[in-house]
Design a protein around this ligand. Structure first.
Ligand code: ADP
Ligand code: MG
Length: 218
């Protein structure tokens, strides 16, 4: 069974919960993309707030190829030069190049992207850097990207999203008050909340089976 976080992964920008300003700005950038080059984007903030989902939704919305790198496993300067830079330059059709955990790139490796971040007029690639540690991104890179800070998501919005999922999954609408508790405990991290809901659904399943057993026998 697919985890709920995967099943309910936002496919469009409008499905990203709780980041209205970021999403509005990104939509405007995409609208203008015929006349204006889209800058490199830097998405930063805590875990489970929709940064990766936003990058994927961008690719979906403009029908772009998605090319993903994880910098924590590709931290060497050579990797940036040998893999990421070619991916950016050889884009003949719309392409979104995402660097997850961009802070994993050494300062040197980050700098080897500098040229491609500032002058990507000649390419159809959009570069998106994602990090939970903005302080580890070197200034020359930071200053060349358009920054988007992802804030913890309000409990109320997490609750609404969990209710939406619960409804789609044919679950009891508030899981005996658990949804409110899960939303609160998640502390702004919506992925954590969805994972917790996933766990509760198993328990809920058991309860249902238990009740069925009592009614219908084994
Ligand atoms: N803002 C959001 N709106 C809806 N779902 C979200 C959001 N943020 C995270 N999620 C859920 O959590 C999963 C992981 O999100 P992700 O975008 O990878 O978070 P981040 O990159 O900020 O750590 C998604 O697949 C989705 O199910
Ligand atoms: Mg992510």
């Amino acid at each position: 069974m697919e985890p709920l976080t995967e099943k309910y992964r936002p496919k469009a920008l409008d499905e990203v919960v709780g980041q209205p300003e970021n999403i509005e700005t990104i939509k405007k950038l995409l609208e203008k993309r015929e006349s204006q080059q889209i800058p490199s984007l830097l998405l930063y903030g805590g875990a489970g707030l929709g940064k990766s989902a936003t990058a994927e939704a961008i690719a979906n919305e403009i029908n772009a190829e998605l090319s993903k790198f994880n910098a924590s496993s590709e931290g060497k300067k050579e990797t940036a030069k040998e893999k990421i830079v070619p991916a950016l330059r050889n884009a003949w059709r719309p392409k979104v190049v995402v660097i997850e955990e961009a802070d994993g790139l050494s300062g040197h490796a980050q700098m080897s992207l500098k040229e491609d971040i500032s002058q990507n007029q000649s390419t159809k690639a959009i570069l998106i850097l994602i990090t939970n540690h903005i302080d580890k991104i070197v200034d020359p890179i930071k200053s060349r990207c358009m920054p988007f800070e992802y804030e913890p998501i309000e409990t109320k919005q997490i609750k609404q999203h969990l209710e939406h999922i619960a409804k789609k999954e044919d679950l009891d609408s508030d899981l005996n008050g658990e949804i409110q508790k899960i939303a609160k405990r998640a502390d702004g991290d919506i992925r954590k909340a969805i994972n917790q809901l996933d766990r509760e659904t198993l328990i809920d399943d058991d309860k249902t089976k238990e009740t069925a057993k009592q009614i219908f026998g084994e």
